[in-house]
Design a protein around this ligand. Structure first.
Ligand SMILES: *Cc1c(COP(=O)(O)O)cnc(C)c1O
Length: 361
């Protein structure tokens, strides 16, 4: 392949081209340090500026007030599945979980391993996780209510967040953080592995409210306690400097080139509209998620046969369209259209889909 493809990977996923170019341009000599960002001390003024700026950008973009802490943790979203019940679910209390697919199920499992009481208050398993449950009764005395805002594998997404009656929401936003603006006030904790919509793999953004920090038990291993990250500005040990730096550039692009989250959401909506139109207009493609629960980030669809799906993915790649294979657990096709995937790429995909359906349908 000469040049870059239209990248529809689910994660690790596309990064904005101007960000990659900026990394390349300053890679050998970062801001006059004579070193690359991967070679400077995490206690140096160079990295200090990166860490300060990325935190300010997260705060500005999501309009976080002083009660929220912005943390950078390793171990992926998967470690958060474990840290959340460990830190936020006190003895004698239970937490509510909504099961909307693979990632939610893994979060539930990690609480179970610690023998923490969890209640699955709603599930869409009855229909193969093809929808987001509605009218959920949350327990008024739950320590928190856990949801997965975007279900990367099944292609469903909460269009708006549920009313928990004041119970703090804890949310896995790995695959849609920074794709739209939302009100953070009902959230006690938000987490997102970086490799979908923020940057490279290796770091997880955690946003935690002060009242949740106050619950953290004293006697937990140092690196598994949110308080360690809060007290040491995520620098108790060496942080993943390069992923954090890349997130800084991605958020700068989001603020300064795109123009913020409302603008990003508009573009994302337009991309999703085009893609779902390509799916719906033809009898050839079948979306797998219920219409009202469809994800703006991951469109999942099937073709009339597995053989045609294979051909579709192969031919697409020949046209410079990559990453269209569905998750190995479900098969089919999936186009992930995160922030960095341009409208132009989605148009190219929609055109290809129309042509492929005409040829094979
Ligand atoms: C990818 C993904 C995960 C897993 O993230 P890791 O960083 O690999 O642990 C968890 N939740 C959601 C919603 C995801 O999309």
């Amino acid at each position: 392949m000469k040049g870059r493809i239209h990248n529809f990977n689910a994660g690790p996923a596309a990064l904005p081209l101007p960000v990659l170019e900026e990394i390349q341009a300053e890679f050998l000599n970062f801001k006059g340090s004579g070193m690359s960002i991967t070679e400077v001390s995490h206690r140096s003024k160079w990295f200090d500026e990166v860490a300060g700026d990325v935190t300010s950008r997260v705060r500005r973009l999501l309009k976080l007030d002083e009660s929220f802490h912005v943390l950078f943790v390793q171990g992926g979203a998967s470690l958060q599945f474990c840290m959340i019940p460990m830190n936020l679910l006190p003895e004698g209390q239970s937490a509510d979980y909504v099961n909307t697919g693979t990632w939610a199920a893994k979060a539930i499992k990690e609480a179970g391993i610690q023998e923490k009481p969890v209640k699955v208050v709603a599930s869409s398993e009855d229909q193969g996780f093809s929808y987001i449950p509605k009218e959920i009764s949350f327990s008024p005395d739950a320590a928190y209510a856990h949801i997965t805002s975007n279900n990367t594998i099944k292609g469903t997404q909460w269009a708006s967040f549920p009313d928990t009656g004041g119970v703090p929401l804890v949310c896995d936003m790995s695959s849609d953080i920074m794709s739209r603006f939302f009100d953070v006030s009902p959230f006690g904790l938000i987490y997102a592995g970086a490799q979908k919509n923020l940057g490279p793999a290796g770091v997880t953004l955690v946003i935690i409210r002060q009242d949740m920090v106050e619950r953290v038990p004293e006697h937990l291993p140092t690196m598994l306690k949110y308080t360690t990250f809060v007290e040491h500005n995520s620098m108790f040990n060496t942080p993943p400097c390069f992923p954090i730096y890349t997130i800084q550039l991605v958020l700068k692009w989001l603020e300064e080139t795109i123009g913020g989250l409302e603008k990003m959401e508009e573009i994302n909506q337009e991309k999703a509209r085009l893609l779902y139109q390509a799916i719906d207009e033809s009898e050839f493609y079948k979306g797998t998620a219920e219409n009202k629960s469809r994800s703006v980030m991951n469109a999942t669809f099937r073709l009339p046969s597995e053989d045609l799906e294979k051909q579709f993915i192969q031919e697409a790649l020949k046209h410079g369209l990559g990453g269209l294979k569905g998750h190995r657990s479900v098969g089919g096709c999936r186009a992930s259209i995160y922030n960095a995937t341009s409208l132009e790429s989605v148009k190219a995909l929609a055109d290809f889909m129309e042509e492929f359906a005409r040829k094979k349908g």
